[in-house]
Design a protein around this ligand. Structure first.
Ligand SMILES: Cc1ncc(COP(=O)(O)O)c(C=O)c1O
Ligand SMILES: N[C@@H](CCOP(=O)(O)O)C(=O)O
Length: 472
């Protein structure tokens, strides 16, 4: 079957999976989504019980890949990707209450949920580039975790240069060192004198400059890349099935910034997984909680918090949900995005807001509540969480769902990535896992650049090996 993807803004060509993988942002500035949603029947979902993470990953992802891979290729990549995880279950569930569970997504190489998708994405991209005999320059924006995961996943790739833009002084020491201590010629950590939203806006501006994009052969590994989302759909299936799906519904609480992770949950539901509620948990950068409460998406200043990876206001993947909630009306999406660009805001109509509220709850956890939740989770359940996970744990009570329905909180990072915040709240120091012991003493390499897209372009031109063309 030819499985195609369409842009949320309706003015870019429909593409197959391999093209979407290498394209990242659609050429009209939109995000790619499947032209139709594959559905797994209840018998197939029930059959996931007791099977390995890799088995489920192969079955959930395969329907989205069309003819991109020969038989056995996807499976080989999945096996390799998840062999890098330190836990045999890849994403284990921990019970913390009668019907409360934590889904640990941080057992990959860089201690954040980003590894789950990035380890597979790197293998898929290398495969697609090798097949075409091409190279690429990955440009990623990170608030701390995507960058480290991308560098780790692509550090030995011969076909890819990786340029990671992070907000200078706004990531934790462990996050920064994961990006700056890797001594590989294809890896470039760039500290931008701005915030994450600035970094993400620069990445989109680079992609929207088609001459630059084509000349540098830009590729994206942020969650604007559809392949990031589809790999994250898998753990909703493994967790829900372990708790009784498809015979029993499950709710998820997701610490949210760029809306990629919780959108993956929405996709799982669309594919047939019985998810009762998806709860969007934000830190004080609460644009999504405000939008779901009031219907007005309005960008305000970014506040630094103890969960810095979620210090985000412009939440890329909300555009994918908007496309769906607007009944796949790309003109409506373009109008909202134009309004966002011109005035920093847009307003959802009543029916669109009702559609979104039909699936999502949302809440904001402030700094005091994050610290209190870290303390209480340790005292009550003996569980040392990270601050991002605590933002979600604090919202677990607000699900408007039946108390019989299990609530799964996604634990998106290991507490050792954010020791200062964890110690300040709990007095407990989370040790770094042994495989990262070298981090704190490694030599750091990074370039600081002004918050200016031209400065970033010039850095990429000097460091990308993908292009023979010289830009004036
Ligand atoms: C540790 C952590 N938790 C949660 C999030 C939010 O995920 P998303 O951007 O997919 O909403 C991020 C990054 O975005 C993160 O790094
Ligand atoms: N929290 C992220 C921000 C980028 O999100 P992405 O999912 O779009 O890559 C980070 O840690 O970098």
């Amino acid at each position: 079957m030819t499985f195609t993807y369409v842009s949320t803004r309706g003015q870019a060509p429909a593409l197959g999976f391999s093209d979407v993988l290498l394209t990242g942002l659609a050429r009209d500035g939109g995000l790619y989504v499947p032209s139709e949603w594959p559905v797994l029947d209840a018998e197939t979902i029930a059959g996931f019980a007791g099977r390995s993470y890799a088995d489920v990953a192969e079955e959930v992802i395969a329907p989205f890949t069309g003819d991109a891979f020969a038989p056995g290729e996807l499976r080989a990549m999945v096996d390799e990707a998840y062999a890098t995880f330190r836990h045999p279950a890849v994403a284990p569930l921990v019970q913390t209450g009668t019907n409360g569970f934590i889904l640990e997504l941080f057992h990959g190489p860089t201690l954040a949920f980003k590894d789950v998708a990035m380890q597979l994405l790197a293998r898929m991209m290398d495969h697609a580039l090798a097949k075409r005999g091409e190279r690429a320059t990955i440009v990623a924006a990170t608030s701390g975790d995507t960058g480290g995961a991308a560098i780790e996943a692509f550090r030995s790739s011969e076909r890819v240069d990786v340029v990671v833009l992070f907000p200078h002084g706004r990531v934790s020491d462990v996050q920064r060192r994961q990006m700056t201590t890797v001594d590989a010629p294809n890896v470039h950590a760039v500290a931008v004198e701005g915030n994450f939203d600035d970094c993400q806006a620069h990445v989109k501006a680079l992609f929207n400059d088609h001459r630059f994009r084509d000349g540098m052969k830009l590729a994206a590994v942020n969650s604007i890349n559809w392949a990031r989302i589809v790999a994250q759909v898998v753990y909703y299936f493994t967790a829900a099935v372990a708790l009784g799906a498809p015979h029993r519904p499950v709710s998820f609480v997701v610490p949210t910034g760029n809306f990629g992770d919780v959108f993956a949950g929405w996709v799982a539901k669309r594919m047939g997984l019985p998810i009762e509620r998806l709860i969007v948990a934000t830190n004080s950068n609460d644009i999504l909680a405000r939008t779901i409460e009031t219907g007005r998406y309005e960008v305000q200043g970014v506040h630094p918090t103890s969960s810095p990876s979620m210090d985000i206001q412009v939440s890329s993947n909300f555009e994918r949900l908007l496309f769906e909630a607007e009944g796949r009306d790309a003109d409506a999406v373009r109008r909202h995005m134009d309004s966002l660009r011109q005035s920093g805001a847009f307003t959802l109509s009543g029916p669109v807001l009702a559609t979104i509220r039909g699936e999502f709850d949302a809440g904001c956890t402030d700094e005091e509540a994050t610290a209190r939740t870290l303390r209480e989770t340790l005292a009550d359940a003996g569980y040392l969480a990270d601050p991002h996970t605590a933002v979600a744990l604090a919202q677990a009570g607000r699900a408007s769902s039946d108390p019989q329905v299990p609530i799964v909180v996604l634990a998106t990072a290991h507490p050792a990535k954010f020791p200062d915040a964890v110690v300040a709240a709990t007095g407990r120091h989370p040790p770094l896992p042994q495989h990262l012991a070298h981090l704190l003493s490694g030599q750091e390499r990074m370039t600081v650049v002004p918050n200016d897209v031209e400065a970033i372009k010039s850095f990429i031109q000097q460091h990308s090996r993908a292009s023979g063309e010289v830009f004036a």
